[in-house]
Ligand binder design. Structure first.
Ligand code: ADP
Length: 311
């Protein structure tokens, strides 16, 4: 079968950290997602057009999707290039993996145009080059779920990237994105340099509990295990309304949740769709009262990551 010259890819938003799993856990969401049209050309290099209003850079060296494609092209011996059209469904800087979605979508699309010669793990490596542009560090906690789908554990980045992709049980996710700006630098600066052993023990007990809860679809265990004792207390002051949002979400039936990525988005996991809508309304009510604009998302976990939806 001849290879397609052009593919259309959807690349999902992702939650990173997921409560207790700072820099380790990730979860792919069914919505929102970025849409990427990629065409193979004979002219080497990458050209980018944006079909949205976010004014992101079109210089491939300054766009996470461009950097990810350039990393992939460096591993391709033949003379090929790409034309890419990006339509962002995920607002940049929202904390639900906007940059990771574009980077993941771009390399999944390129792989399809090149006969799927790279493994998903290799695609994560290319997409991480893009993430390094957005955040200054290579990290996979958003690109891993954006490529593998479901629930992912970044077990190690050194000496080799080791990602464990696990199925997630049926869950409905409610996310509120309050329109406040948190600089990634500030979100990193507030982190503690050292952690008391007692807190570390509680945290890794939750990490083990959450993984077991996901694997056995034990919603009670998931609910008891989500809390983050280390990072969230340090970052909470950056997000007004966080404590009240959690209180109202739990009262509306949420299993639990926390800050998504480095914020400002807040996520809550729920057993079913009606609860997720009630929880989203509860989250929104807090920011409405604070006079802070916000967007709400409600959706399931995506079992698959970025994927070709049309040629
Ligand atoms: P999020 O946490 O939602 O992923 P990030 O802070 O990781 O947001 O990434 C957003 C940053 O990356 C912004 O500064 C944005 O300008 C930059 N960026 C460059 N290219 C892209 C792209 N294709 N999609 C999203 N963000 C991009």
């Amino acid at each position: 079968m001849p290879l397609p010259d052009s593919v259309l890819v959807h690349a999902p938003a992702t939650l990173s950290n997921l409560g207790c799993g700072f820099d380790v856990f990730g979860l792919a969401l069914a919505a929102p997602y970025d849409t990427i049209r990629l065409r193979r050309t004979g002219a080497p290099g990458v050209r980018i057009r944006h079909l949205d209003a976010y004014n992101l850079p079109t210089d491939p060296a300054r766009n996470v999707a461009g950097v990810a494609l350039l990393a992939l092209l460096a591993a391709v011996p033949e003379a090929v290039g790409f034309e890419m059209e990006i339509t962002k469904g995920i607002k940049p800087g929202s904390g639900v993996g906007s940059s990771a979605a574009s980077a993941a979508g771009a390399v999944v699309a390129a792989n399809a145009l090149l006969g799927n010669r790279f493994s998903q793990l290799e695609l994560v490596e290319f997409a991480m080059a893009g993430e390094a542009l957005a955040s200054g560090a290579r990290h996979a906690d958003n690109v891993a779920p954006a490529i593998f789908g479901g629930f992912t554990v970044v077990r190690a980045l050194e000496p080799a990237t080791d990602i464990v992709a696990l199925p997630a049980p049926t869950l409905w996710v409610a996310v509120v994105h309050p329109q406040i700006e948190i600089k990634t630098k500030d979100a990193r600066q507030v982190l503690p340099a050292a952690v008391p052993l007692g807190l570390a023990v509680r945290q890794w007990a939750n990490v083990a509990g959450l993984v077991a809860g996901f694997l056995t679809a034990d919603y009670g265990l998931i609910s008891r295990s989500l809390d983050d004792y280390i990072v969230e207390p340090a970052r909470a002051p950056l997000i007004p309304g966080l404590a009240e949002a959690r209180r109202r979400a739990l009262a509306a039936g949420a299993l639990g949740g926390g800050i998504s990525g480095s914020g400002p988005s807040i996520f809550m996991l729920n057993r079913d769709e009606p609860t997720a809508h009630a929880v989203a309304a509860a989250l929104g009510s807090v920011f409405a009262e604070l006079g802070i604009e916000f967007n709400l998302y409600v959706g399931t976990v995506a079992p698959e990551g970025a994927r070709v939806v049309a040629e």
